[in-house]
Design a protein around this ligand. Structure first.
Ligand code: XMP
Length: 513
């Protein structure tokens, strides 16, 4: 079934995918396309509406992205946001000027509630602004539908032509009634009916994967994390046994994790696919022997992962496609790539150079994490896998400060298991961004029974975060911390002290190494 479609034309704004996601939240399918897409191709897609994103440029700069005037004549409703609004104004003969100071952040906007975009919105509503240029004169036919004390045209409209624009960003959460505005555009201007749900994504993606792959062979590096698991299940539903999942157990997984992944994806599991578990614990321990430096540890673990994967891929023979569970935030992070290296992240991004294949398949590329989780539930993947907290590729290797040994792995696995168990028992697991136990390299004196001990200290960490770029230490209930501490020192041999990490990110990072 063909779904209604709204397209987002990307003019370089940082929220382009977020706009698409908000439209999908309105149950209308939405995809981001480059602003350079030719008009006849846009027409061929038969979109119900088009949204122009923001962007960092100024319309008067020749090098800035521009758009042919004809797009406004196609009879397709258009909503311009931020730069997109200025571009609409400029292209249609309005005036855009540069303000002496930028308007940035929460702003109270006075809106004309008779305008369809603001239907049902309060007449004074908080919106998120981020601009220096502004529309000083609207083009012929347009009327001003919102303003602020410093921004004469916070929104404009030409209802007869179905053209609308907002200087602020309705797509971000800081715009209190932004979802209402987008929904008004999608339903009342574009006249969509809302025929899209995650189930439709699953259905369409499986169909597309079938067509694309035909009878080709597909390889997937499965980590047991949410993204690669969801990608693997989608592929399995599409092509069954043409898919081989390679799961490298580096021995640095959480307690029971390897077996859990095997139970779901292995021969006795729920899915039709070929599953290869490589038990590479010994190999990793040998490579990590005597290594203390965090970056060196990360590099060794990452490289060894690639080597093991490569060996398995060779055994399988020539593969046509490599599956990656890349999701949208990964795309942004790798796109930016200009910031200083804090840690060299280990993920499957390093694989394509070493495995012989024709093409990469990334079925989740346009989704956000919570959308991936919805797809996972839709596919019937067990909830404990779908809601798994993030776990770094190098695993416990970066939660053990200093040299990694078999004994230390065991200690941190047991302590972490107890911690997770008590957090779940207390019913606070869903509210936390990430929580885990790490093993410090510190040993200290204690007393147990009548004996002196000289054992390790476990550090407990729990953070609240939405994007994992910044995080606050979570204020866990003292009773939970006391219970966990008690159990760890009593049940985990080699530990006589437990500490709680109160540091945020920055200055600390979430993981210890
Ligand atoms: P940091 O420690 O940098 O972590 O504050 C931010 C988030 O990223 C996860 N993380 C990783 N994930 N490969 C991954 O796939 C890695 O090498 C890696 N290192 C950190 C970390 O668990 C947190 O969620």
């Amino acid at each position: 079934m063909k779904h209604e479609l709204v397209i987002v034309l990307d003019f370089g704004g940082q929220y382009n995918q977020l706009i698409a996601r908000r439209v999908r939240e309105c149950n209308v399918y939405c995809e981001v396309k480059p602003y350079t897409m030719p008009l006849d191709e846009i027409k061929a897609l038969n979109p119900k509406g088009i949204i122009f994103t923001g962007g960092p440029n100024s319309v008067y700069d020749e090098k800035s992205p521009h758009i042919a005037k004809e797009i406004f004549e196609m009879g397709i409703p258009i909503l311009g946001i931020c730069y997109g609004s200025q571009l609409m104004s400029y292209t249609l003969g309005g005036k855009v000027e540069t303000a002496p100071v930028s308007e940035y952040g929460h702003t109270e906007v006075e809106v004309d509630t008779k305008d369809v975009i603001f239907d049902g919105v309060s007449d004074k509503t908080v919106c998120w602004m981020s601009h220096t240029d502004y529309i000083s004169e609207v083009p012929e036919g347009f009327s001003i539908t919102a303003h602020t004390p410093v921004c004469p045209v916070a929104a404009m409209a030409y209802p007869e032509k179905k053209l609308y624009a907002t200087q602020f960003h309705p797509e971000v959460m800081h715009t209190a009634e932004g979802m209402k505005m987008l929904s008004n555009f999608v339903y009342k201007v574009c006249e969509c009916k809302g025929d899209w749900q995650m189930a439709s994504f699953v259905e369409t993606t499986i169909k597309e994967l079938k067509e694309k792959i035909g009878d080709g062979k597909v390889l997937c590096a499965l980590s047991g994390g949410v993204d690669s698991s969801v990608a693997a299940v989608l592929l399995s539903k599409a092509i069954g046994k043409q898919l081989t999942c390679v799961f490298v157990d580096h021995g640095l997984l959480r307690k029971n994790e390897g077996d859990e992944v095997e139970a779901v994806f292995g021969p006795d599991g729920h899915y039709e696919l070929n599953f290869v578990r490589v038990n590479a614990q010994k190999r990793y321990l040998e490579k990590l022997k005597g290594v203390e430096d965090p970056e060196t540890k990360r590099k060794i673990i990452g490289e060894e992962f690639i080597r093991v994967f490569e060996e398995e891929a060779k055994k399988i023979g020539a593969v046509d496609f490599l599956v990656q569970g890349t999701i949208y935030p990964d795309v942004i992070e790798s796109g930016l790539g200009k910031s200083a290296v804090i840690k060299s992240h280990h993920n499957v991004g390093g694989l394509p150079d070493v495995v012989d294949f024709k093409e990469i398949v990334e079925p989740l590329r346009m989704l956000f994490k919570d959308e991936v989780r919805k797809v996972g539930l839709e596919l019937g993947i067990p909830e404990y896998l779908v809601f798994r907290q993030p776990f770094p590729g190098p695993g416990l290797g970066i939660r053990i400060i200093g040299e990694v040994t078999e004994e230390k792995i065991k200690i941190v696995q047991e302590a972490d298991y107890i911690y997770r168990e008590e957090i779940a028992k207390a019913g606070i697991d869903k509210g936390l961004g990430q929580y885990f136990a790490a093993l410090t390299n510190m040993r200290s004196v204690g007393v147990m029974g009548d004996f002196r001990t000289y054992d390790y200290a476990i550090a407990l960490r729990a953070v609240n975060t939405s994007d994992f770029m910044t995080a606050d230490a979570a204020q866990l209930p003292w009773e939970v911390l006391a219970k966990v501490t008690n159990r760890i020192v009593n049940e985990v041999k080699g530990v006589n002290r437990v500490m709680y990490d109160c540091t945020g990110k920055p200055p600390a990072t979430i993981e210890f190494e």
